[in-house]
Design a protein around this ligand. Structure first.
Ligand code: 26V
Length: 809
């Protein structure tokens, strides 16, 4: 973009005046950030208007990615990079005595997601805009994002994330595009000679107001849209002329019940609970999103049959699966189509990605809840269910299959089954995960409609996770293989020629050291813990969950500590174990794990007898922004979930792209990463998914056997409850109980030996500086295929059938 420095400075000062009512001298960093955001927003909006106009004129197919979560992080720096004006802006601001990096810092993270699923949605939007793809997001504008985590007395404490308190510069409220969403009430059926009418009465109306956020493409003219819906009362709260006490109370209650819908992001991503409010959230944004898409379509097109050629609705997990019955409702009840026509259109429009096979995360809604909250939707789901059962029975006469695919069973609606039935494509997010979908959780559907199932391995945007967060490494890569990798990330493979190049290695080591220094400084300032940049930075950051097995890492650290206590001269490479991640507020075991890490950290970090060979740090409030500091500084990436449990993982990709070596199990995308880098540039250990399944089939294994036969394991387990943690004598018994009396559901003890051996290999490999660098560089070289650009184009070609649309300037 052409950048006029003088004009920019004027515009910036003007914004400070008009928006904040401030002169440059008076303005705080936050005021300056808001003014800069508003200035850049104006530049972006020119391209945005152009993009929308050209999409409109060409009437090309558009895709809408429906997701309950978009974990965007900060946008200012990314927008400057994408617009190609960051350095120009930095220089201009410098002339005004302003440090751009402080303004970048001042932006609140948009933390509208729990973890991988929400961040994936954000990476995808970035890639679609970069690749000229007409793809947009649709979600909820939560007033409070994922809670802020504080560690108090070693415990996790949750604080509300009031991210909108100073206003959000990137959003545009569009009240004129509001739509009404209806809850509760009764549906009556009127039979007419040629059709049935369904009348919804006595419903509670909710106004859905859209807020649009521009999604800026990298060095192109594309600006797509993320539309987030906010819930507001649909009518005047009460009639001033005639209200009485009862009306007044009801009116205020109504307002509160409506505003609750978009107030808060559910902070648990693994334990599904049949909460009414969550069901309301789901229907709210799905209905609003579809209504606005259809009204747009109607303005440009005449025939509903053409909808699948113009629109793709993609559902990110089952959370937006009500899109299927809602699209049916809109086509039939609002537009007058018959069932068969509407079904053909719906099942050619909706596609679905599954992100988990954990049974406790699979959504099932109680029939009674759906029936009363969404009476018409319930009728449609029943009809879908009955027709599905009828068809399967007619075709197969197979009761077992019928039971397996039944959408309604035992008083519950199985959302994954609804999603598969109503979608033309179902995909998993890594090779192994897709295999598991085919062979296990959707085996019945797969035997019946195998063509629906496909794999789309996840990806991450290399623009945020390399160019933005690790500029030094990005420069080294460009200096070495030239800059084509930025547009074509698979070109990173050219780095393979330089993995043993001494100069490249040296520069890489120096960059890694500087990134480690930045993190070490942060740790020192925040926690007063001194960590050495000569130590291995061994990083385990992600949501805290039993299946992700932070506890395996902790037990191993305890084991190393025990050995060092016995032999302080033991020659190991010093290590800094870095943890970060949030536990769902109601997830007791995960919270105990956080406490254990913090208590252990305190003991180890204060024990001078081990000569600083081990350090343990728990970084509080892990977020997108913190990840951008941590990932570039990592030497080792911990990806140690129980095989078969992690659908993909995307942290693993961010780390490899930044030259960390993975220690991991044969799970999720670790397998795809291993296939890419080869066996010698990754450290793999532990049970395979098949072995895990085999154990489960025979009731698990006997954890006590391992306890009795492996003295290392016995010792660390005993330490959980024998006063080793003097102030927490009984505190960690629940963790102990899960591992022993409850027989170790996640195979922590079973994999301990393999893990310990793998860590020994890491230690050994790290001693050979050149060998290590060469591994790190090979990881970077092979990371290109894990760019979300590859992912976006695979979805476009394989599922959505959309083509790039170049926006002209
Ligand atoms: C589930 C639930 C259950 C009920 C309450 C709220 C809630 C919110 C989110 C979820 C989604 C769980 C699925 C999920 O996050 N899967 C992750 O998706 C990543 C992107 O594909 C993948 O890399 C991770 O392996 C996978 O765990």
């Amino acid at each position: 973009m052409y950048f006029d420095k003088e004009r920019f400075k004027e515009e910036f000062i003007q914004k400070l005046q008009s928006m904040q009512g401030m002169s440059l001298e008076e303005a705080s960093v936050n005021d300056q950030y808001l003014a800069l955001g508003a200035t850049i927003r104006d530049y972006i909006s020119r391209k945005w208007i152009q993009t929308k106009r050209q999409y409109q004129e060409k009437n090309d197919k558009q895709i809408y990615y429906f997701s309950m979560e978009f974990l965007l992080g900060k946008l200012l720096d990314m927008n400057l990079i994408n617009m190609g004006i960051r350095e120009e802006c930095r220089a201009a601001l410098q002339e005004l005595g302003i440090d751009l990096s402080l303004l970048i810092e001042a932006e609140p993270d948009a933390g509208l997601g729990n973890g991988g699923l929400g961040r994936l949605a954000a990476c995808l939007l970035d890639s679609m805009a970069a690749m000229h793809l007409p793809g947009h997001g649709c979600g909820i504008r939560y007033k409070y994002g994922l809670f802020e985590q504080k560690i108090v007395d070693h415990h996790q404490v949750e604080l509300p994330d009031n991210w909108l308190k100073d206003g959000y510069v990137w959003e545009y409220r569009r009240p004129e595009k509001s739509v009404e969403v209806r809850f509760w009430g009764r549906v009556t059926q009127i039979v007419q000679p040629d059709k049935w009418l369904f009348i919804h009465e006595d419903y509670e109306p909710v106004l859905a107001v859209p807020y649009d956020i521009p999604m800026v493409g990298y060095h192109n003219n594309t600006v797509n849209t993320l539309r987030l819906w906010s819930a507001e009362p649909a009518q005047l709260d009460f009639d001033l002329s005639s209200f009485n006490r009862g009306d007044y109370i009801r009116a205020v209650e109504y307002r509160h019940s409506v505003e609750r819908i978009s107030k808060i992001l559910y902070p648990d991503d693994t334990h599904y609970e049949g909460r009414l409010l969550r069901l309301k959230q789901q229907y709210f944004f799905v209905s609003a999103g579809l209504q606005s898409i259809l009204s747009d379509y109607k303005r440009k097109n005449r025939l509903w049959q053409g909808l699948p050629d113009k629109i793709s609705v993609h559902i990110n997990d089952t959370h937006p699966a009500l899109a299927i019955p809602e699209l049916m409702r809109l086509l039939m009840d609002e537009e007058g189509l018959g069932w068969d026509e509407a079904w053909t259109i719906t099942t050619s429009t909706v596609s679905y990605t599954n992100h988990t096979t954990l049974p406790e995360a699979l959504e099932r809604w109680p029939v009674d809840m759906v029936k009363s909250l969404l009476p018409r939707i319930y009728m449609i789901i029943c009809e879908i269910h009955e027709r599905l059962c009828y068809t399967i029975w007619e075709q197969t006469k197979n009761w077992d299959l019928l039971r397996e695919i039944s959408i309604i069973a035992d008083g519950e609606i199985h959302m994954a089954r609804l999603a598969v039935t109503g979608s033309y494509s179902v995909n998993g997010v890594a090779q192994l995960h897709t295999d598991i979908l085919r062979k296990n959780i959707f085996a019945g559907f797969h035997s019946w409609q195998p063509y629906k199932f496909n794999n789309k391995t996840n990806g991450i945007t290399h623009r945020r996770w390399l160019i933005k967060s690790n500029p030094l490494l990005a420069k080294l890569i460009t200096d070495t293989i030239d800059g084509s990798w930025i547009k074509y990330p698979w070109d990173l493979i050219q780095l393979l020629r330089y993995t043993d190049d001494e100069e490249v290695q040296q520069r890489f080591c120096e960059i890694k050291r500087r990134n480690k220094e930045a993190l070490a400084k942060f740790i020192k300032n925040k926690y007063q813990i001194a960590v050495s940049t000569d130590s291995i930075f061994d990083v385990h950051v992600k949501r805290i969950h039993a299946y992700k097995r932070q506890i395996l890492n902790v037990l191993h650290i305890m084991h190393l500590y025990n050995q060092l206590k016995e032999n302080p001269d033991w020659d190991i490479v010093p290590r800094t174990f870095i943890f970060g991640g949030k536990a769902a507020p109601g997830y007791y075991i995960a919270k105990q794990t956080i406490k254990l890490i913090n208590v252990l950290a305190e003991i180890i970090n204060h024990d001078n007898s081990i000569q600083g060979k081990l350090k343990v740090v728990f970084l509080e409030n892990y977020s997108v922004s913190l990840a951008e500091l941590v990932v570039p500084a990592a030497d080792v990436s911990e990806q140690i979930s129980t095989a078969s449990k992690e659908a993909s993982g995307t942290g693993n990709m961010k780390f490899m792209m930044n030259g960390a070596v993975t220690i991991g199990t044969m799970d999720g995308a670790n397998i795809d990463i291993k296939n890419a880098v080869g066996d010698s540039d990754i450290v793999i250990f532990g049970l395979t998914a098949q072995q895990v399944f085999d154990y489960y089939a025979f009731g698990g294994y006997n954890a006590w056997d391992i306890y009795h036969n492996d003295s290392r394991i016995k010792r660390v387990l005993d330490e959980l409850i024998n006063g080793f943690f003097p102030n927490e004598k009984e505190e960690f018994r629940p963790l102990y109980n899960d591992l022993l009396p409850n027989n170790d559901e996640y195979f922590v003890l079973k994999d301990f030996s393999g893990y310990s051996e793998a860590q020994r290999i890491v230690d050994n490999k790290f001693r050979n500086k050149q060998g290590w660098c060469s591994m790190a560089l090979a990881n970077i070289a092979h990371s290109g295929i894990f760019s979300s650009d590859r992912m976006a184009s695979e979805y476009s070609v394989g599922i959505w059938k959309i083509k790039p649309h170049i926006i002209t300037g």
